[in-house]
Design a protein around this ligand. Structure first.
Ligand SMILES: O=C(O)C(=O)Cc1ccccc1
Length: 311
């Protein structure tokens, strides 16, 4: 596979994807429907809601960017309690021609709601996104030990489904505002394991040269293991050698046979600055299959009362 970014090669070859004919320049695809946490993250990425379009899954939102139906996509990436959103990481790690151009952090609070006239005692099925369920499992195990979990494509989709079906045995977990918006009655507030939970969302575009370094950037790359015992050691050594701070290391199955893994690495810094540029160049010399996913301004989380608004 041709790497998406090679420091030292000419920029147009590396970054510019041909502009698809169907590009609607101002549309940003996001994991919908309206009312999802992902929609709430758009503001932090300077996307106006009028310029955004909901998609039923992360994959479909990214496909819209690939095909040129949308200029960019916003997808959930990781949560401070539950870790990486694997659907997003895998879809991007294995996709050609896409890169991350920005990130934002959003505090998330979960509530549980039932159709009008329903009650907690009649709930037998709880619909929500698997990440939201994982964060609320302690509460549901205690208060709804006999209810089944039904995975939804997003928290807003769960609210929409329960609001439409009005089945008294169903409940949805989403933000309190979204549950009310879909006509449901909130019967339990703040049911997440951590009231200070934060989710990181990324903006994805067709591959292009990163914006200039800001002095506070993050870079993301995917390094497939090449099969040597020392692979992981050698990769980590490059970061130690250059004193580039790694902010996360995640291993994901490569999908090609049992036991094949890729590492998603995130670090501080920008590829146009010597430390990160030299790490990427050194890793590439060892393994031509590395995929550079982008350098972009780091989001700082300001949890002061004025800023720490949840959806
Ligand atoms: O955006 C949503 O509504 C989602 O369902 C994804 C999600 C799930 C849990 C926390 C943040 C985002």
């Amino acid at each position: 596979m041709t790497p998406r970014c090679l420091p030292g090669a000419s920029w147009p070859d590396l970054w510019d994807s041909p502009t698809p004919r169907r590009l609607r320049p101002m549309t940003t695809a996001y994991l919908g429907p309206s009312g999802s946490f992902t929609e709430a993250a758009l503001a932090g990425l300077e996307v106006r809601s009028g310029a955004a379009a909901p998609y039923p899954s992360v994959r479909q939102a990214l496909d819209a960017v690939r095909s040129g139906t949308a200029e960019a996509a916003v997808v959930p990436w990781e949560n401070s309690v539950e870790g990486a959103v694997n659907a997003s990481v895998d879809a991007l790690a294995h996709s050609e021609n896409l890169c991350i151009t920005g990130e934002t952090l959003l505090p998330v609070q979960f509530a549980l709601a039932v159709p009008p006239g329903g009650s907690l005692s009649s709930v037998r099925r709880v619909l929500t996104h698997p990440h939201a369920h994982a964060q609320c499992r302690t509460w549901t195990d205690i208060h709804l030990p006999h209810a089944d979990f039904v995975a939804s494509s997003s928290t807003a989709q769960a609210a929409r489904e329960v609001g439409t079906s009005r089945a008294p045995s169903s409940a949805a977990i989403a933000s309190p505002k979204t549950l009310a918006r879909y006509g449901l009655d909130v019967v339990a507030q703040s049911i997440g394991a951590r009231p200070d939970a934060v989710t990181r969302f990324v903006k994805v575009a067709r591959r292009k040269r990163p914006s200039l370094p800001t002095g506070s950037d993050r870079s993301t790359l995917v390094v497939p293991l090449a099969g040597k015992v020392s692979d992981l050691h050698d990769v980590l050594h490059e970061f130690v050698r250059t004193s580039v701070p790694l902010t996360s290391v995640l291993s994901r199955p490569s999908g090609a046979g049992f036991g094949g893994y890729s590492f998603l690495l995130e670090c501080e810094g920008h590829i146009d600055e010597p430390p990160v540029g030299s790490v990427v160049a050194a890793l590439r010399r060892r393994n031509s299959r590395i995929v550079f996913l982008g350098s972009y301004p780091r989001a700082e989380f300001d949890n002061s009362p004025a800023r720490g608004k949840t959806l």
